[in-house]
Design a protein around this ligand. Structure first.
Ligand code: NG1
Ligand code: ZN
Length: 543
């Protein structure tokens, strides 16, 4: 390590005095103007992690669904996964180190993790379309270079595309080619082959309206469109040509406000979807004949996907174990439908895709989705091999199903939840099953629900257990929630400190929207009183 150079360059990316940041569920996230030093330091850290794992590490500059003025950074581990927990701690430590302590912290991390500093390092970098992203990714590159790492800057990419690149590079090209072309070709080939098998594909030209949140998804989908246009035509809205990123549009807006994005005209029964700002989330929706808005969230996406996979397995005659992984935010109706009607085992983990991803890896086929639309399906290597063999050996009907499954495996981004990949999987399934968006929606009816935020002095006073469904501290809070929940039918509520914002999140569901709104408000008041609320008392929800 050239400690002199580190000190010199670090001073050019100085940390604002007193600023303390935490590597949260999705890396570091805050106002873009506070992030220059964090970027530089994450460049340094990526080099150390790369040396330690002897693999390519990814660095993505994005703040996903958050406002345009924000930005963020996260590291991507060798198999496309989120950074290992011990390294999250190093990241926090390094990001908060005072200038004079930088050398010591770097040496500390290297020693603790037994990093061989002589080892080569390779880092790949991607960024979203925020105005601040280009300069910030340059600071990452500065960090990588100072520690002698090699790098490839992919420039503008969706978050899942960067995960894909990392995965490809660390699996010797077996998974795919680590280029944007490679990504387009792999996914589109699988999609076109799949949709060719749809018996009704000739009857109806398939088209879909896509709200791209004025983000990177628009650019990438536009580049990719002609690769899959045989099977699907997409019409892009909020493509970034005028509106602001994530403003009144995008998956997060649609899911949390339960209404359509601005800037998209929707005719009744038209299939529409929204990406978030870095295209790792997707939700679907439509207007019925009476003009009512219907949201199809991550839970219903997981249901469609897992039931289709299950049907294919039955046809092939394979008894592989398939599991669905959700979080506490999953709508109660979805969990009930999956378990009771579809007889698929469902597991609940803490919020944050790394927890879901991890759990999903325990199954032959693990389907995981957050209600907000972030998710994918994972297939174990053994399953992939088995299916490839079946596709060659089995007789007619079974072979067809095995072939479909083979294409589906290729179509899912195994490295991360991916709006583009999920969209193509969903479109293929709908085409193959001849399902309309309403028929898909009718699988089950969501319980009315409400999500709220409460400001408290220190959100760490709330600790939870049982996959965040119960509060352990502060004393009395869970008892208060229990009493409130009892007042309503089919009700459920929980609270947890956000991992990405300085707020406490409140979730409630009940038999009617009015009840869900009341319950959410009452629970918010309990949090405000018992967990040190600040500012204005929570106000009732106005419909
Ligand atoms: P927090 O802020 O911890 O609730 C949010 C989402 C997560 C996940 C992360 C990362 C909800 C309720 N929470 O986390 O699901 O997507 O952001 O982006 O949607
Ligand atoms: Zn995102």
């Amino acid at each position: 390590m050239d400690l002199g150079a580190i000190t010199k360059y670090s001073a050019l990316h100085a940390k604002p005095n007193g600023l303390i940041l935490q590597y949260g569920t999705a890396g570091f996230r805050t106002k873009a103007e506070h992030l220059d030093h964090v970027m530089f330091r994450m460049g340094l850290l990526a080099v150390l992690r790369s040396k330690q794992t002897k693999s390519t590490i990814g660095v993505m500059v994005t703040a996903s669904h958050n406002p345009e003025e924000d930005n963020g950074v996260k590291l991507v581990d060798p198999l496309g996964e989120m950074l290992a927990p011990s390294w999250e701690e190093h990241a926090t430590c390094l990001a908060n180190a005072e200038e004079q302590d930088m050398q010591r912290v770097l040496i500390d991390i290297s020693e603790k993790e037994a990093v061989n500093l002589q080892q080569d390092a390779f880092v790949v970098i991607g960024r979203d379309t925020r105005p601040s992203s280009e300069k910030l990714s340059q600071s990452v590159i500065d960090g990588v270079t100072v520690l002698g790492g090699q790098f490839h800057d992919y420039g503008l990419l969706t978050t899942p595309q960067l995960h894909y690149m990392v995965y490809c590079r660390n699996t010797g090209g077996r998974y795919g080619k680590a280029t944007i072309e490679g990504y387009y070709q792999k996914l589109s080939k699988a999609f076109v082959e799949l949709t060719k098998q749809a018996s009704c594909s000739g009857d109806e030209y398939r088209s879909l309206k896509v709200d791209c949140a004025n983000g990177i998804g628009a650019l990438k989908l536009r580049e990719m469109e002609h690769y899959f246009s045989q099977g699907l035509s997409v019409q892009l809205f909020n493509d970034g040509s005028k509106g602001k990123l994530n403003h009144l549009c995008g998956a997060d807006f649609v899911k949390s406000h339960q209404k359509p994005p601005q800037g998209m005209e929707i005719k009744s029964n038209e299939r529409c979807c929204s990406f978030d700002g870095d295209a790792d989330r997707i939700v679907y929706y439509y207007h019925d004949a009476d003009g009512h808005f219907h949201l199809i969230d991550g839970d219903k996406i997981a249901t469609l996907i897992s039931s289709f996979l299950k049907e294919l397995l039955v046809e092939i005659g394979e008894s592989l174990n398939i599991g669905v992984v959700q979080t506490a935010y999953a709508n109660g109706s979805s969990t009930r439908y999956l378990e009771e009607v579809m007889k698929v085992p469902v597991y609940c983990t803490k919020t944050g895709v790394k927890h879901l991803h991890h759990k999903a890896q325990e199954f032959d086929i693990g389907v995981y989705f957050e209600a907000n639309g972030h998710g994918t399906a994972l297939f174990s290597t053994a399953v992939e091999m088995k299916i490839k063999q079946s596709a060659e050996q089995l007789e007619d009907k079974k072979r067809k199903a095995a072939k479909m499954l083979e294409n589906i495996i290729d179509l899912f981004n195994q490295a991360a939840g991916d709006a583009i990949s999920d969209m193509l999987v969903i479109e293929a399934i709908l085409a193959l099953k001849g399902l309309t968006v309403q028929q898909w929606d009718a699988l089950y009816t969501d319980l009315p629900n409400r999500q709220l935020k409460v400001q408290v002095a220190d959100r760490r006073v709330i600790s939870t257990t049982n996959a965040e469904r119960q509060a352990v501290t502060p004393p009395g809070l869970q008892e208060a929630i229990n009493d409130l929940v009892k007042k309503y039918k089919l009700s459920r509520a929980f609270v947890r400190p956000s991992g990405t914002e300085d707020v406490v999140r409140v979730y409630a569901e009940a038999d009617s929207q009015e009840s869900a709104d009341h319950l959410a408000h009452e629970v918010s008041l309990a949090v405000f009183q018992l967990a040190g609320g600040i500012g204005e008392r929570p106000q009732p929800v106005t419909p």
